[in-house]
Every structure is written in C-alpha cells, then in structure tokens.
Design a protein around this ligand. Structure first.
Ligand code: GDG
Length: 469
C-alpha cells in the first residue's frame, strides 16, 4: 500500500506538543510505520489562504494544513457543522439553526479541500476521513477522479431516520456518505440507523455480509467502538497518585466539554435529588465537575453555561455550609495528568450524556482506578460506551431519581462488588484499546477491493466526456 492519509477538521500540532490524548495517540503508530500524512485545518484562519496544502515535517509523520478565510471557516465550522449537524445528529433538532450560507460554506470547504488533496494523493494511498465536519469529502474526491480507497469514521452518533430528516439537505448528505468505500460507526445502535437511512433514501440493500448495495456499488459498513490508550492512561494515574494526597471527602467526578449533549444540568438535578433524599451524605461527599468551554460563539452553548452555573449556585446555596461546598465547578481545561489523578481519587465517575457517540471519559475513569479499591462508574444508557460497559451502573439521565439512586448505590457498594465490576470493565478495555480500534478499521479498509470497478467505469466515462467535449 502507499501512505496512510488521515484527514480531519483539526490537524495535530506541527511541533508534536499536545499529542497526549485522543486521535493522535491512536494513529501515531500506524502513521509512522507506513509513512503517513495527516491533513487538517490550520489552527488560524487567514484572509489570504493558500490554495495548496501547507506541508510540515515531523519526525513521526508529515502534516499538511489547509487554510481558510475567517468568514468561510465560521460558516462551515460554527455554522453548518456545529449549528446544524451537531445538534441534529445528537437528536436536538430544536437547536438547529439553518442558514443557506452555512450549507454552501460546508460544501465549499469539502470541494476546496478535495482539490488540494487530489494534488498529493496517489492511487495506492489509503485515505481515512474523520467526522461530521467532512462528510462530503469522498464525493468531491471522486468527482476529481481520485481512485484511492477512502474510509470514513463518524465519532458522534447517527440518529434515527426521522431525526436525520430534520437536516435540510439530508438526501444529499446520505448520498455523500454512500460515496465512501468503508463507513465506520461507534455502535450497533448507530449502524442500524445508518442501514435504515440508506434503505429509505437510496434504496440500499443489505447484503448477507452486512454491507450495503447502493447504486451498483458495495459500501462496507462496520461498527468500531473507539477507545483510549488504556495502559498509558492507567500509568499516568498511578504515577500521579504517588505524588498527590487523596481528597478529604469521597468525591464524585464529572469531566465534560461544556456541551448540551453531555447532560450536565440533568446530572446536577440528579445530585440535588440525592442530597435532598440522603441528608446523611451531606458534608460527607462532594461533586467535582470539570467543564472546559467549547464553541462559545454558538448561542446554545452560552445558554448551557448559564444554566449550569445557576444550578451549581443553587445547590451550593441550599445545601452548602461554611465548611462544605457540595459542588465544585471548574470552567477551564486541566492538564491531562491532573485529570488522571482526579479520576483515580474519585469514588464515583458520573458520565451521563443525553446522547453520545462513545464517551471516552467513561473509559478513562475505569482505566485510572486502583484495582484494589476501585470507584464505581455511573453511565448513561445513551452513551455509546454503554453497549460495551454493562458492568457500570447504567442510568437514564433524564430521570433525576434514577441518577440519585445510582449515586447512593455507588457510594454504598461493598468492596467485593466494586472490584468485580471494575475487573470486568478493565479487562474488556485492556483488550479493546485505541490501537485495537485503529487496527480494526484499517484492516477493513485495506480489505476493500483496491480499485472499485464502478468508480473506474465512471471515471472512464468522465474522461471520454472530457475528451469529446
Ligand atoms: C467526540 C464524541 C467520542 C475533557 N475535559 C478536559 C479534557 N477532556 C478530554 C477527556 C476526553 C475528551 O476530552 C472528551 O472525549 P469524549 O469522548 O467524552 O467527548 P467529545 O469531545 O464530545 O468527543 C464522543 C469522541 O469524539 C471520540 O470518538 O467518544 O462521543 O462526542 O478525552 O479527558 N482533557 C484535558 N483537560 C480537560 O479539562 N486535558
């Protein structure tokens, strides 16, 4: 094979700083083993963007940045990606903000990026596109005659057909998805939604091998639950805890970007219900909520921030004493090493999103625990992670009573049960870490027939048209 080419909205840093989490860790090995290129958006926008990719070399892999004007970036990223697609795909159709120039910008970015990528990729390269910001990329690359294998992984959930139809150009979007060779989703839940969307929109036919026949092509479908560097994260927690004293009170912890999909107000309602029904725990536990800001410029995010601050203030005002603050709320990102220790020293991990592709915090919390005295994970049934992590206490985040009961159960859980649940969760995670995830996706992508005969035929026709035209 040629190079592995990763494409995402944001590129890793050019100097390798800040590589400690997420996708970069996941893909670093594959990229450096095979000689790789990561194409992503430049960290800053410019009024005079280059119309070619801007290349940088790192010792492990190359980076190519695409530049955009501030206005185009705003309409593509804050606009279509995060004010239409993000709410729609998270089932929050009430928060969709449809503006015609948003969708035009979204398609324009994919077209431009495809032109730049087409200049650098060869037939043997394998292209792996990430996430909802870049769904039309394969469509645009094919239109330019790119024959490389192209896979796509959706990090966020895919809702059911009715919800998907709330996206104004949902048919186009479904068509763009069908232009990939391999489509990877986080969960079986999302996969079944995709199959239904393809059936109804493109008359897709499910084949015995689980793939779909669409317009004479076979689109390979798969479920690839993303994970973390389990051993690496555990190591961070162990080393950090050796340098840090445990907190004075048993702690409950939540760590989430301040996003409406994460169910933060619902979580605080659950905690409030717990405190009001179990006064014996007042003064005896504390909730630490870390919620760094994200997409501040979108109105829905301003609203969630003020709602959360109001609720935290109300709980502290009602239940707090001079010596005790029931909710500690930090609206700032903390270093990753600190997070690992905070998880390890927390008796309860609260992960209660309303809808989430996977949720890596659930996996980080489990990885960070001390196996001889582990804490308990409370996990929303709507987090993708719930499909794999049934040994957590699974809750309905919309029901404050359910959350309150789970908090009490977790705090009172005997050591033997905590250890049993943790062992089951950890051993699954250890086998299904992020390296397992990327290897599984790439193996499926490489198994796709190298030159899709349907594309070749279409390209041949295109060439003919070009020549005779
Ligand atoms: C999307 C999907 C899917 C959070 N606060 C701090 C901090 N974080 C880190 C966490 C975790 C990451 O951010 C959040 O990951 P999640 O998976 O929970 O959520 P999204 O950001 O929404 O990610 C999601 C994911 O993509 C991967 O496919 O699981 O469903 O929505 O790693 O630790 N990191 C640091 N300081 C913080 O204050 N350093």
């Amino acid at each position: 094979m040629g190079r592995l080419v990763i494409v995402s909205n944001r590129a890793p840093s050019v100097d390798g700083t800040g590589d400690s989490g997420g996708l970069v860790v996941a893909l670093k090995d594959a990229l450096s083993q095979q000689g790789g290129l990561w194409i992503g958006g430049a960290p800053k926008q410019t009024e005079t963007p280059s119309d070619e990719l801007v290349f940088h070399q790192r010792p492990d892999f190359d980076i190519a940045l695409f530049e955009l004007e501030p206005e185009l970036y705003r309409d593509y990223y804050l606009g279509y990606s995060n004010s239409v697609l993000w709410p729609a795909l998270h089932g929050r159709v009430d928060l969709i903000n449809v503006q015609p120039h948003f969708s035009a910008a979204y398609r324009e970015v994919a077209r431009r990026l495809a032109r730049q990528i087409a200049q650098t990729v060869t037939h043997d390269d394998v292209i792996w596109v990430h996430d909802y910001q870049l769904i039309p990329l394969a469509h645009e690359l094919r239109a330019l005659g790119v024959t490389s294998r192209i896979g796509f992984f959706l990090h966020i959930p895919l809702p059911d057909l009715q919800t998907f139809k709330a996206i104004p150009d949902w048919q186009d979007l479904a068509g763009c998805l069908a232009d990939y060779d391999l489509l990877g989703l986080q969960t079986q839940r999302d996969l079944s939604h995709l199959i239904n969307i393809f059936r109804h929109t493109l008359r897709g036919e499910l084949r015995a091998n689980g793939n779909m026949g669409i317009n004479g092509r076979e689109v390979v479908l798969g479920c690839f639950p993303i994970s973390i560097d389990v051993r690496g994260f555990r190591q961070l927690a162990v080393e950090g805890a050796a340098r840090t004293a445990p907190p004075p009170l048993p702690r409950l912890i939540g760590v989430d970007r301040l996003d409406y999909s994460k169910g933060l107000p619902h979580r605080l309602h659950g905690y409030e219900t717990f405190l009001s029904q179990a006064p014996e725990f007042c003064n005896k536990v504390a909730l630490l909520q870390i919620a760094p800001p994200t997409r501040d410029d979108v109105d829905a995010y301003k609203a969630i921030r003020s709602e959360l601050e109001h609720l935290a203030g109300r709980i502290n005002g009602s239940f707090g004493t001079v010596e005790w603050t029931p909710v500690q709320y930090i609206h700032r990102a903390l270093p990753r090493d600190d997070l690992a220790v905070l998880y390890r020293y927390s008796r309860v991990g609260l992960v209660t999103p309303l809808f989430d592709g996977m949720n890596l915090v659930a996996k980080e919390y489990v990885a960070a625990q001390d196996e001889s005295d582990p804490g308990v994970l409370i996990l929303s049934q709507f987090a993708g992670a719930a499909e794999e992590m049934s040994d957590a206490l699974i809750v309905n985040p919309h029901d404050p009573q359910d959350v309150a009961d789970a908090i009490k159960t977790a705090l009172q859980m005997p050591l033997a049960e905590r250890r049993k649940r943790h062992e089951a969760l950890y051993s699954h995670l250890e086998e299904h870490d992020v390296a397992h995830w990327s290897a599984a996706f790439l193996k499926r992508l490489l198994a796709v027939e190298k030159t899709d005969p349907v594309w070749l035929e279409r390209f041949a026709r295109l060439e003919l048209v070009a020549k005779t035209g």
